[in-house]
Every structure is written in structure tokens, then in C-alpha cells.
Design a protein around this ligand. Structure first.
Ligand code: SAM
Ligand code: SF4
Length: 327
């Protein structure tokens, strides 16, 4: 079992398989001039397998595949097939923009990978295209509905962006009234590749909840697992639920059970902190298993207590993008 220096058990790995993406969401990346890393700096599929195996042997029982866009990664399915047969790994989930997942839906279903988070920040076409800077609205909506109707456990991640998509909060809840989906509203974080910087946000989780309450006053707060980052609610007569993720307010750090590995092998113990090790160099040397185990133990043993403490590890300027960190 992995336990950090603040006595929090770490059993959840977010594994980025690429830093590339076919969208250019304006809260995640600048429109142009992104420095994607050279291919040889990305962990290979074999290296991703090795890292996963070591972490599962250390007590990780949930892996979320993220990116960049996971489905732009060649041979992603080979990794998923491998993960599926790893003893001790109970939950494999994927976060995707749902543009490229279509051809893989049947195989995902056959593999029993059911937990898919779809990032969707608008239900209005123009707003979607303005935010993502691409013309993929029909594909995303088609794949989303297919995932839901084929029985996947779908959660929608909706980042509330001041002046851009707040008008879609109520319509997306109204649309999802008929679907067993959780719509989770996230606060915007300052990881956008340096295209925009901010110290505070207009739409924090309390403002989002007040806005929803104005339209749907009849809701219940749901019990959530201790390590959940979302505060969850159910609106009366809605099939689905909604959640609020205080990713900027950082109210959930006390029970954080996550570790992140970027597509280049950086070990990140908090989104707001600096990388604690790089596994790529270790994996390309000798004694890889022991080397990775020790690097993970050192990183986990030296975790900031909260995102605010982690932020002090660097100058406070966030130049990185979620496409390299994996969200
Ligand atoms: N491409 C996939 C997708 O969009 O779902 C996976 C990678 S994406 C970086 C993972 C998550 O990070 C997405 O849910 C995305 O909305 C979120 N994200 C990206 N930039 C963010 C930001 N500046 N603030 C908050 N969340 C962000
Ligand atoms: Fe791509 Fe996901 Fe970032 Fe959007 S949020 S640009 S889909 S990596």
C-alpha cells in the first residue's frame, strides 16, 4: 500500500498516454505554438505497461487513462488489453473528448471498460466550436449518446468559463434529465499553456451551485466516497446527477488519493506542484522495477499537504498545460 507523508493512502493513478490532442480547448491550450514533445520523450506502450504494473503491485487499484486525447495515441487498445488482465487493478477508466472513441466503443465494451468521462463544455454548437476551436460537435454528441445508450457509466466534465459557457449550465442539466449521467461542473484552473493567467475565478463551486439552485431548487445532496473530488447532488425527477468539483478552490486536498504520471514520465503528486521525478530515464536504464518503485516511494513520501502548499514549490506562474499534465 502507498501512504503519503500526511497519512493519505494513494491508490489512484492518472496516467497520461500522450500530450497531443486533436482539439484546442481554449482553457487547456493556446491556439498555436504548442511545444509538443518529440516522440522519443513519450513513454512507449511497453513503458506504460511497466509503470502500471509496478504501481499496481504497490497498491494502486484504479487507473484513469488521460492525455492529451488518449485516442490519438497509437496502440492505446494494446495498453488497455494489458491493464485489463493486471491482478489487483479493479477500475480502469478513461477521460476523453469523445471525438475519436467511436471505432473503439465495441472493444471497450467487450473488455468491460465502462467508466468514461467525456469533456463537454457546451451543448450549443457555436459555443462548443468557439471553446474547442474545432468543428467536432456532431461527432462528440453522437459518440456521447452512443456511450450512454450502450450502457457505459458516463460522466460529463463541464468547466465553467466566465463569459463563455455559463448560459449552457442549465440547458445541459435539462437535457441530461433523461439520461443516467453525472454532469460535473469544474472550476477553471490556470493550466492552459500560459495563454491566460488569473488569480481568482468568477465561477467558483458556490456560485455555480447558487446558479443551479435558482433554476432547480428541488435537489438532494448525495453521499460521496471520502476521496471523491466532487460534491454530488440529485435534482428531483432527473435520471442523472450533478457534481461540483472545486478544482481551483481546492477543498478536497485532505483526502486526495491521486498520483499523476505525465506522457513523458514525470511523477506529479499534486496538480499545482512541480514534478517529483522522471520515470522515463529510470525505465531506459538498468534495474527498472526497483528504480521505479523507489522513485514512487520518494515522491509519495514528499507530498505537499494541499494544493496551496504545492503551489509554493514554484514561482506561482503556471506555464504548463493540462494537455501535458493530464487533468
Ligand atoms: N483530452 C481529454 C479530455 O479533454 O477529456 C483528456 C485530457 S484533458 C487535459 C483532462 C481534463 O482536464 C478534461 O476534463 C479537461 O476539461 C480538464 N482541463 C483541461 N484544462 C483545464 C483547466 N484549465 N482547468 C480545469 N480543467 C481543465
Ligand atoms: Fe484536448 Fe482535452 Fe485539452 Fe481539450 S481539454 S484541448 S480535448 S486535451
Amino acid at each position: 500500500m502507498l501512504v503519503d507523508n500526511h497519512n493519505r493512502e494513494i491508490n489512484y493513478l492518472r496516467l497520461a498516454v500522450t500530450d497531443r490532442c486533436n482539439l484546442r480547448c481554449n482553457y487547456c491550450m493556446p491556439a498555436e505554438g504548442i511545444n509538443f514533445v518529440n516522440n522519443d520523450k513519450l513513454l512507449t506502450i511497453d513503458e506504460l505497461k511497466k509503470v502500471s504494473k509496478v504501481l499496481v503491485s504497490q497498491g494502486v487499484n484504479k487507473i484513469r487513462i488521460t492525455g492529451g486525447e488518449p485516442f490519438v495515441r497509437k496502440n492505446l487498445m494494446e495498453l488497455l488489453r494489458y491493464l485489463k488482465q493486471l491482478d489487483g487493478l479493479d477500475d480502469i477508466s478513461i477521460t476523453t473528448n469523445a471525438t475519436l472513441i467511436g471505432p473503439y466503443i465495441d472493444e471497450l465494451k467487450n473488455l468491460g471498460i465502462k467508466n468514461i468521462n467525456v469533456s463537454l463544455d457546451a451543448i450549443d454548437r457555436t459555443t462548443f466550436e468557439r471553446i474547442t476551436r474545432r468543428n467536432q460537435y456532431d461527432t462528440v454528441h453522437g459518440n456521447l449518446i452512443r456511450l450512454i445508450t450502450e450502457g457505459f457509466n458516463v460522466r460529463i466534465n463541464f468547466i465553467v468559463l466566465d463569459g463563455q459557457n455559463e448560459q449552457d449550465i442549465i440547458p445541459i442539466l435539462a437535457l441530461m434529465k433523461h439520461y443516467p449521467v453525472s454532469v460535473r461542473f469544474l472550476e477553471e484552473m490556470p493550466f492552459n499553456g500560459g495563454s491566460k493567467s488569473f488569480q481568482k475565478i468568477a465561477w467558483d463551486y458556490q456560485v455555480i451551485l447558487a446558479h443551479i439552485t435558482n433554476h432547480f431548487p428541488d435537489y438532494l445532496k448525495l453521499e460521496s466516497p471520502k476521496t471523491s473530488t466532487s460534491i454530488n447532488y440529485k435534482i428531483k425527477d432527473h435520471k442523472g446527477t450533478f457534481g461540483l468539483i472545486p478544482s481551483f478552490s481546492r477543498t478536497f486536498c485532505g483526502s486526495c488519493n491521486r498520483l499523476r504520471i505525465t506522457a513523458t514520465g514525470d511523477v506529479i503528486t499534486c496538480l499545482y506542484g512541480s514534478p517529483k521525478a522522471n520515470l522515463r530515464t529510470i525505465l531506459r536504464g538498468k534495474d527498472t522495477k526497483v528504480g521505479v518503485e523507489n522513485a514512487i516511494l520518494r515522491a509519495v513520501g514528499n507530498r505537499a499537504k494541499s494544493g496551496f502548499d504545492a503551489q509554493k514549490e514554484h514561482t506561482g506562474v503556471f506555464e504548463s498545460s493540462m494537455t501535458s499534465i493530464g487533468g
